[in-house]
Design a binder for this molecule. Structure first.
Ligand SMILES: *Cc1c(COP(=O)(O)O)cnc(C)c1O
Length: 378
């Protein structure tokens, strides 16, 4: 079955009890048992719920994995994965990553004596030098937020497996429509489903997809013990969103390409970041491991915060807001919004300067988007 069909049908057969064609919202905390321990596969909704199971199955299939687990946020999903680590364990992470992941590491896991090396992931040799006997995990996020650096998933996975470390890939920025890390050698894929997978900016959610039963059992145990599960309604909204993932991603990318090319020609734009551009340093790896370049375009405006604020104020369609991956176009000032938690030196080092603007290109008509940008840039 092809991607577009799986998004609509996997895990989503007509309801056996009623024939409902669309998976119902099973808004129940508990399930009646026939006799002690005799039930239809569900006991209590923290542990499992049929609406959530449908989403789990669908996402697993879209990522070409065996098991899917959904969470109440992307960070809850990340937390569940990192909860497999023990004090003394070591993890190699890029210095360039989603601000919330950085905060999760700094505030929650480092205090438990789990060690993290923040590393330049564009250089395999540099990663190779970071491995210790205690290295248990390598965390990849590609393309990165917000500078869209590209890391080689296959090469980093091979290197990590030689050191018996698990490879986790945060695939939020491309969604499985454009990148399938498990097929490139990764062990675990994690998502903020808040972004492209749900795609309509109306829920917060997360997902984990993987192939190994032992790892699945461990993460499921964390999920069941901690309880950061999505509600049946949020699971249903996400299922509804994911059905159109393929058509949305194609349109996001088409619009993003046009925006990137437009921005390159503007005299007050200093630099444009989009992996689809041939001038992008990660373009060759991107072509190898991605089937599309995504819908996020970042750029540096000549000037600083005050010039950026003028730009944001003039925008009419693009909204100044956090988040990305929804049908609507958003503009973000990373240095003081998504990357607020980063120390200034690290922020500057990874290129999140005070003139960097990240655009999440929506699926409005491209003419309206270009007009809006043109008007805001004069
Ligand atoms: C948004 C985001 C997250 C966190 O997900 P939430 O759903 O906000 O908890 C993690 N990684 C990336 C790349 C993101 O964009």
């Amino acid at each position: 079955m092809k991607f577009e069909t799986k998004a609509i049908w996997v895990g989503q057969a007509a309801d056996e009890a009623t024939g409902a064609t669309i998976v119902p919202i099973y808004q129940t905390s508990t399930f009646t048992q026939e006799e002690v321990n005799k039930h239809k596969g569900y006991e209590y909704s923290r542990v499992g719920n049929p609406t959530r199971s449908a989403l789990d199955a669908c996402l697993a299939s879209l990522e070409e994995g065996k098991y899917g687990l959904t969470f109440s946020s992307g960070l809850a999903a990340e937390h569940a994965i990192m909860s497999m680590l023990k004090p003394g364990d070591h993890v190699i992470v890029p210095e360039d990553m989603y601000g919330g992941t950085y905060r999760l590491i700094k505030e929650i896991f480092e205090p438990f004596n789990i060690k993290f090396s923040f590393t330049d992931f564009t250089d395999l040799k540099v990663i190779g030098n970071e491995f210790l006997p205690s290295t248990k995990m390598v965390w990849i996020e590609t393309p990165t937020n917000p500078t869209l650096k590209i890391f080689d998933i296959r090469a980093i996975s091979e290197l990590s497996h030689r050191h018996d470390a698990l490879v986790v890939v945060d695939n939020t920025f491309l969604s499985p429509f454009f990148q399938k890390p498990l097929l490139l050698g990764a062990d675990i894929v994690v998502h903020s489903t808040t972004k492209y997978i749900n795609g309509h900016s109306d829920i917060i959610g997360g997902a984990v997809v993987l192939n190994d039963k032992g790892l699945y059992d461990k993460i499921h145990l964390v999920q069941k013990s901690v309880g950061a599960v999505p509600s049946p309604f949020d699971s249903w909204l996400t299922l509804r969103g994911v059905k159109t993932l393929a058509v949305r991603m194609r349109q996001h990318e088409e619009n993003a390409f046009k925006v990137a090319m437009f921005l390159q020609k503007q005299s007050n734009v200093q630099e444009v970041f989009f992996p689809g551009l041939e001038t992008h340093p990660g373009h060759e790896i991107a072509k190898k491991q991605m089937t599309g370049f995504g819908g996020v375009v970042s750029f540096k405006l000549k000037g600083g915060l005050s010039e950026c604020n003028v730009f944001f104020k003039k925008l009419k369609i693009f909204q100044l807001a956090d988040s990305l991956g929804g049908i609507e176009s958003l503009a973000n000032y990373s240095a003081m919004m998504t990357h607020d938690y980063f120390p200034k030196e690290l922020r500057e080092k990874i290129g999140v300067t005070d003139n960097l603007i990240r655009l999440s290109i929506g699926i409005e008509h491209i003419d309206d988007l270009l007009d809006d940008l043109k008007n805001a840039l004069v």
